[in-house]
Ligand binder design. Structure first.
Ligand code: F6P
Length: 377
């Protein structure tokens, strides 16, 4: 009798609009290609923790009508790294990090899975690679993040949606900023990359954009506000990436993170900028953080299509090649990129890239200009 070929799929790290489209596309493509498909619940926890939901069979019925939905039907986990898995050991009720990678691989093999489609950001792809090095048979990674900071792919799904939501928010804040002649400081996610702030700031007509890649000074921002006041535009919109920092200063951190999560939770820079600008300009200033709004809800058409293409390409590579790797888009073509490249660092905004040049020529301030410039115009 012919053996059933089984594959698993999981979603790890922070969610991003488009995850369900990947799950749907990969499932349909895999079924078409003769595989049985299973979802691992909550990152890797479904295979390691009895209470985490285990595995869910993905069939046509299960993935019907989910392509446009936000979130992930499989659930995800930020504290599910199998190499530092939170485990309660005898004698204590406080979880400690335990290397459960071998357990995970054993259970994966017991289930008869021949490959994993791992949908996640650079952290998840790093874990997937480490699992393969330990003996997981085969992984095709699908890069995901609203931050757009994954190396190897020109863009990740979730990014376009996040930029669209941020742009709409900036549009809305314009009217209230103008009515009250205020300085509005809007913080957007993106971790150590300024892609969301840059793109949404440009599209939304912000006056100042502060990104991690260009440490800022307050003087040029104050000068920009004064310049606008002088032109009868007595309000200013400042978009700040959560990872932006003043020159010589520190990134604003909400939570240092712990051994399970690994990375710090960024946030709070908008409130600092608001305070400092109020002090320096004597104008009414307000700040807000758009936070997780940028990750909520369904994907834009662009993200939906990219996610569908990534999901099917993952299966195509499983079927057509023996290789492992991460699907990536370059020049509108989906390719397989190596784990080494994808996990080699973070894709940040080149300070001299085309979008920054465009913004500068339109008069946007990045906080690194010489203040005299504003008075010379
Ligand atoms: O990586 C996606 C992201 O939304 C970042 O932009 C942000 O810094 C982080 O995740 C927030 O993580 P959490 O959902 O754990 O608060």
């Amino acid at each position: 009798m012919k053996k059933t070929r089984k594959i698993a799929i999981n979603t790890g790290g922070g969610d991003a609009p488009g995850l369900n489209a990947v799950i749907r596309a990969a499932t349909l493509a895999a079924i078409e290609s003769g595989f049985e498909v299973w979802g691992i619940r909550n990152g890797y926890r479904g295979l390691l923790e009895p209470s985490a939901g285990g595995l869910v069979r993905l069939d046509r019925e299960r993935v019907r009508g989910i392509g446009h939905l936000g979130g992930t039907i499989l659930g995800t986990a930020n504290r599910g790294d199998p190499f530092h898995f939170p485990t309660v050991v005898p004698g204590s009720h406080i979880p400690v990090p335990v290397d459960r990678a071998d357990d995970l691989i054993a259970r994966f093999k017991e289930q008869g899975f021949e490959a994993l489609i791992a949908v996640g950001g650079d952290g998840s792809q790093r874990i997937a690679k480490m699992l393969m090095d330990r003996g997981l048979p085969r992984v095709i990674g699908v890069p995901k993040t609203i931050d757009n900071d994954v190396i190897g792919t020109e863009v990740t799904f979730g990014f376009d949606t996040a930029v669209s939501i941020a742009t709409e928010a900036i549009d809305r804040l314009h009217t209230t900023a103008e009515s009250h002649e205020r300085v509005m400081v809007i913080e957007v996610m993106g971790r150590n990359a300024g892609w969301i702030a840059l793109r949404a700031g440009l599209a939304g007509g912000a006056d100042v954009v502060l990104i991690p890649e260009i440490p800022f000074h307050y003087e040029p921002i104050v000068a920009k506000i004064a310049q606008r006041d002088g032109r009868g535009r007595s309000f200013t919109l400042v978009v700040v990436a959560e990872g932006a920092k003043p020159a010589g200063g520190q990134v604003s951190v909400k939570d240092e993170g712990d051994v399970f999560r690994g990375v710090a939770q960024l946030g709070g820079i908008a409130a600092h900028v608001e305070k400092e600008l109020a002090r320096r300009t004597n104008k009414e200033c307000r700040s807000m953080s758009l936070g997780h709004l940028l990750r909520g809800g369904g994907p834009t058409t662009f993200d939906r299509q990219l996610a569908l293409r990534f999901g099917t390409a993952a299966v195509r590579y499983l079927v057509e090649s023996g290789a492992s790797g991460v699907v990536a888009i370059r020049a509108d073509t989906i390719e397989l990129c190596s784990f080494e490249v994808v996990t080699s660092g973070t894709k940040t905004v080149p300070p001299d890239c085309d979008t920054v040049k465009t913004a500068r020529l339109m008069g946007l301030c990045f906080g690194d200009e010489r203040p005299e410039r504003f008075f010379a115009i």
